[in-house]
Design a binder for this molecule. Structure first.
Ligand SMILES: Nc1ncnc2c1ncn2[C@@H]1O[C@H](COP(=O)(O)OP(=O)(O)O)[C@@H](O)[C@H]1O
Ligand SMILES: [Mg+2]
Length: 220
């Protein structure tokens, strides 16, 4: 379902030299797996998730997601691919300030064929399911840290994608909220979703007996 084949990814630095982050990187994730990607800051966790979501392209190699090769998609095909396949939970939540919770939840669907009324219905149902309906019209800058973390999760669910990618989701959460996040992820796994979480937080292994852990080493 997710397959990275011989992926190289390098970045050009300001001084002109290249930083090679992924070198012949291979990964296979089955449907309904929950994979933890662990490793110190800078080892390439976000890069892997970004490539998986077609937010970045590799320099070499192929990625197949749900049967589709995504290594060379143009920007418009990449956003169509994400709409259909990917829910992304960003490390810094990336909520759009000045906009309400409802408007933030709508963002991933603005490139879809849904009407605004259908989008509002989907967002309202999701807020209701996760007991956040009271925040629907609240500007996101008024939310607490925990509330905005939950809205960031719901925004990743709005397009009903079967793959959820979460980039250091517990980095800014206290213990209670981290546990809530983990329980959300288990709920989603039970619903059949495939989940990849990058983290350097030990809480995932402490609270659950994950067997599916990829330990990344930093390239020197
Ligand atoms: N756009 C970029 N330009 C230059 N270097 C980058 C870019 N994105 C990431 N890097 C570098 O690549 C390495 C891996 O980054 P990243 O995947 O964000 O690591 P992690 O998420 O594990 O902390 C880091 O050293 C980072 O500084
Ligand atoms: Mg990162």
């Amino acid at each position: 379902m997710i397959e990275f084949k011989h992926i190289d990814k390098r970045f050009q630095l300001k001084n002109g030299s290249f930083l090679k982050v992924l070198n012949d990187f291979n990964l296979h994730v089955e449907k309904n797996d929950l994979l933890l990607i662990k490793g110190v800051s800078g080892c390439g966790k976000s890069t892997i998730l970004n490539i998986c979501a077609a937010l970045q392209k590799p320099n070499f190699g192929e990625i197949i997601v749900n049967g589709e090769s995504i290594s060379k998609l143009s920007d418009s095909f990449a956003s169509e691919f994400r709409l259909k396949n990917i829910g992304f939970i960003f490390q810094k939540h990336n909520l759009l300030t000045g906009q309400s919770v409802l408007q933030n939840l709508a963002i991933p669907l603005l490139v879809s064929n849904y009407t605004l009324a259908q989008i509002e219905k989907k967002a309202t149902d999701l807020l209701d399911k996760f007991e956040l309906l009271n925040l629907k019209d609240e500007p996101v800058e008024n939310l607490s840290g925990g509330e905005s973390a939950r809205v960031a999760i719901l925004r990743a669910l709005i397009n009903d994608a079967n793959i959820i990618l979460a980039d250091e989701p517990t980095a800014n959460l206290d213990l209670g909220l981290s546990e809530l996040f983990i329980s959300y992820m288990h709920l989603l796994k039970d619903e059949g979703k495939t989940i990849i979480i990058s983290t350097h937080d030990d809480i995932f292994e402490k609270r659950c007996n994950y067997t599916n852990i990829l330990n990344l080493k930093k390239k020197t």
